[in-house]
Design a protein around this ligand. Sequence first.
Ligand SMILES: [Zn+2]
Length: 442
Amino acid sequence: MTSLLVRGGTVVTMDPDRRVMDGDVYAVDGRVEELPSTRTSADVVIDASGQLVVPGFVQTHVHLCQSLFRGLADDMDVVDWLRLRIWPLEQALDAEATRDSALLGIAEMLLGGTTAALTIETVRHTEEVLRAVVDSGFRAVSGKAMMDRLEPGTEMVGETTEEAVAESMALLESFHGAGGGRLRYAFCPRGARNATDDLWRETVRLAEEHDAWIHTHAAENEAQTERLAALGGGTDVTYLGGLGVLGPRTVLAHCVWVDDEEIRLLAASGATVAHCPSSNMKLASGFARVPEMLAAGVNVGLGADASPCNNNLDALQEMRLAALIHKPRAGPTAMTAMDVLEMATLRGARALGLQDEIGSLEPGKRADMVMVRRDRIHARPDGGRDPVAQLVYELRSADVDTVIVDGRVLVQGGRLAELDEAEIRTRADGSVRRVMGRAGLR
Ligand SMILES: [Zn+2]
């Protein structure tokens, strides 16, 4: 038995009453046991005086395998972005580079308070990402990208339907539930139209049979969405709906180009939309109709997407943007700080099927929590204002002091407690040079 006591902080619980309290959190074997607690000792005691204590942030759309590609595809049209950069770079990844990329991404997310993510990886070497998740202490729902429907440019990363299914199943058998349940498998056809109808039907069947997740991209870019709709089969969302893909275990990244009827379809199905504000602006995809989706009852989570289209994996930055970018159109009272924090915690947890385990700080839930400093100049004065608004509008990832996943302290004093930051940097620098050379980008 290992006990943990977080003392002296202001706890933003995100419980059903959204209580904020000055109180201590006591956890045993990775689970919150008492909040507020009157205990005075534990195996591990953390002083959170003056800090906010919040549930770990959940990102619902990330590509860990692309962390090495940070800054290699700026200011590009999405078609060039994919064909000239992402496909060749992913094709050039070897096992070692894939692991280095995953650890770089996990380290960045942990340092910024993200404790869990839904991630879609590349066609090959995904076992390296999954091992990195298990070893690092991070929590993830993750799977290899499946691509059996090829279009110009994707041949190099493509595969047959049989290969896609066989490799996904091998990964699921090795990793689904690994790390004491911290890692769960997701079947990830890369995009609505990167997979054949057969692969989609098999994905739905296998996800249900194995209680696994389904994650893909949908309706991201207007031109692409229109071009595919013109080929028949409807828009991305109606196409996926027709194949039985939409349901509570499915998460669709982006959904920028959806109409009212598609929003109704998403809400009725219980599927989650992963909203990625930085990525949607950097690739000029557009502004997803998130206020309308929330009003219609769609579960919406947040995601930084990937290093080459963001370029950070920073939950607080995505929260601030999500709160700001819809206001000019939907009005200043749309997308409140609380709406956005719900997306980054409770709604993210639901997106990953972990609503009973994470997303709020309550007795019985896993001890995934983040302590954030609020003593720096950009967060003063302290007039006793709303800590949720302070978190969303003022605080930065560099203010994150301590990060705990499953009761395990992974960040302390703003530094990685277990992973070796210098080694991650050095290895990533070496791997990206190798990958760029192989991709002909150097
Ligand atoms: Zn993506």
